[in-house]
Design a protein around this ligand. Structure first.
Ligand SMILES: Cc1ncc(COP(=O)(O)O)c(C=O)c1O
Length: 445
């Protein structure tokens, strides 16, 4: 056997040794030194990266983990009889275990996908396959038809809306949605009526990528389960920032992306309850997910392999495990506290600027560390360009949530989103930039 460094285990040596309580300024500076990109300049200014809601930056430990894998252990998993293949397989499965522990799941309840979008499509498409009769009796509970209803919310990212639109179109089921109140919270009074005995699927986001609002997962799960619906959680904006405990939340499926939580692109996670995953017909089919194949038929492996067709994303998976290790060392509770204070600073600061309208929870209401806003009479692209000239990176457009923007009477917004490495000075600089933008564009009300 080759003896090679296990970089995930070595990560604790590179991550800062942090204490309990809120993240202090020296700790945030120590964290920032682990992210090489944060030392860059953009347009002659130090980079102020406020687009972590789109994708996060990566610490050196994650970058090293991926590079060392490719340099020293690169091999396809679950296939080879050689030493490198065995090492790669072990590390790949260890990474799955790290994700499982992070979310309170069993190892076989964690399915690797390319991203959250693929994870959500997997569930919806496989349910469509069940409706076509695939999966035999075991898959009966996934079959939909006319009269059945799928319930989402008006604040969904398109990744958690379009797969359900397609499933409704394929099966004859009806898609319904829970509307949003003016303050960005869900109309739970309406939810109680929308979720009824016809509801077969309830799919919703834990945290809105536009509003920053944290949805009442426990209440929604209770409403869904009371009528026997499958509950699917989009945890893209919660797992990286608040953490995720699928056992405590009792969701049936959950999806999130590695790249939003310090990990590489190209890897996402679908969590599913064991008995549900094993009853769900496959989505993608091909190599590495079967027991027996004849020219006419195939028998599929149990979960998670039944959903992992083809050569797997090994470096990305172990990179994600390294990212999770980093988050664990810093502590999700401390990260959430830091981001909540930045979210409050964002909404308070933006609300003071004439001509700015912040979508979602107002001052004093809970929100994560992001804020989307409209600048009266100015397109978000112009705002984004103005800020970029000062080295400030924000997201502009509809953030893949067109119905939500339509609900608030706008076509696009500018979004600033923070993470564990974001400083209060950066948020202050961003707020100064927005003030300057409103002056530059002649906004006065
Ligand atoms: C709430 C939410 N859901 C789903 C997604 C889709 O994630 P990905 O593009 O990584 O698949 C995103 C990404 O922005 C998101 O914010």
């Amino acid at each position: 056997m080759l003896t090679l460094p296990r970089t995930i285990a070595a990560m604790s040596a590179t991550a800062p040794a942090l204490q309990a309580g809120p993240l202090s300024d020296p700790e945030i500076q120590a964290i920032r030194r682990d992210f090489p990109i944060l030392a860059s300049s953009v347009n002659g200014h130090p980079l102020v990266y406020l687009d972590s809601g789109a994708t996060s930056q990566k610490p050196t430990g994650v970058l090293d983990t991926e590079r060392e894998f490719y340099e020293r252990r690169n091999s396809a998993v679950h296939r080879g009889a050689h030493t490198l293949a065995a090492l790669a397989t072990e590390e790949f499965e260890d990474a799955r275990g790290a994700v499982a522990r992070f979310i309170g799941a069993g190892d076989d309840e964690v399915v690797w996908t390319s991203n959250a979008t693929e994870a959500l499509n997997l569930v919806a498409y496989a349910m469509g396959n069940a409706t076509l009769g695939r999966g035999g009796e075991a898959s009966a509970r996934f079959r939909l038809g006319a009269g059945d209803e799928i319930v989402v919310t008006e604040m969904e990212h398109h990744a958690n809306l379009l797969p359900w639109q397609e499933l409704a179109a394929r099966t004859g089921a009806t898609l319904r949605y829970i509307p949003i109140a003016d303050d960005g919270t869900l109309r739970m009074d309406v939810a109680a009526e929308t979720i009824n005995s016809r509801t077969r699927v309830l799919a919703f986001t834990h945290v809105s990528n536009v509003l920053g609002v944290i949805n009442p997962v426990a209440d929604l799960v209770a409403l869904g389960h009371a009528v026997g619906a499958l509950v699917v959680l989009d945890a893209c904006q919660s797992a990286p920032h608040l953490g995720l405990d699928v056992a405590a939340l009792d969701v049936d499926f959950a999806a999130f992306s590695g790249h939003k939580m310090l990990g590489p692109t190209g890897v996402g996670v679908l969590y599913g309850k064991r008995e549900l995953l094993n009853a769900l017909p496959p989505f993608l089919v091909g190599g590495s997910m079967i027991t027996t194949v004849t020219m006419e038929t195939a028998e599929y492996l149990p979960a998670p392999q039944r959903f992992e067709a083809g050569t797997q994303r090994v470096a990305q998976a172990i990179g994600l495990a390294a990212a999770i290790h980093y988050l664990d060392v810093v502590g999700l509770a401390r990260i959430a506290e830091h981001e909540a204070s930045l979210g409050a600073m964002l909404v308070e600061g933006l609300s003071l600027i004439p001509g700015i309208r912040v979508l979602g929870p107002g001052i004093g209401q809970p929100r994560v560390g992001l804020a989307s806003f409209d600048v009266a009479g100015v397109h978000s692209h112009d705002v984004g360009q103005f800020l970029d000239d000062r080295g400030i990176a924000v997201r502009v457009g509809h953030h893949c949530a067109q119905p939500l923007h339509r609900r608030f009477g706008v076509t696009s917004t500018t979004r600033a989103s923070a993470y564990l490495y974001t400083t209060r000075d950066e948020v202050a600089e961003f707020l100064d930039g927005v003030v300057a933008a409103t002056e530059f564009f002649g906004v006065n009300s």
